[in-house]
Structures are given as structure tokens and as C-alpha cells.
Design a protein. Sequence first.
Length: 78
Amino acid sequence: MSPFAPVTEAELARAREEPAFRQELLTRNLEVLLGRLQKERQATRNADASIKQMREGVTLAVRLAELIQTAAGTVGGS
């Protein structure tokens, strides 16, 4: 898994114009997030902070998955 790289303005602009690229970008970021959640789950550090971070990560993962599903619907329909 590659390290997280923030989305650039150029990528955002392209994602607004190209539904397929938007879906690819969302999918890539979901994969990175899920990988980090898995790594965090396996680590044994500060339990309270980890639980809060895991909840936030899971919430974000669910939202990204919803966006990917929405984008998939627009890619097929375009």
C-alpha cells in the first residue's frame, strides 16, 4: 500500500469533470483508509485514542463507500 498523498487541485478538477476518475480517486482513498484502519487495529497503543480514531475512520470509510456507489451509478449512466 502506498503512503497517503493528499488530493491535488488538478485531481479535484478532473474528478469533477470525469465520473470514472472520481470513482477511481474515491476507491484509491478508501483502500488507503481501510489499510490504515487494519494497521491501527493490529497495533496496541493508547486504547482510548485508538477507539476514537477507529470510529472516525470507519465513519469516513462508510461515507467513501457511499460516494463510490453513487459514482458507480453515474459512470454507468453517462
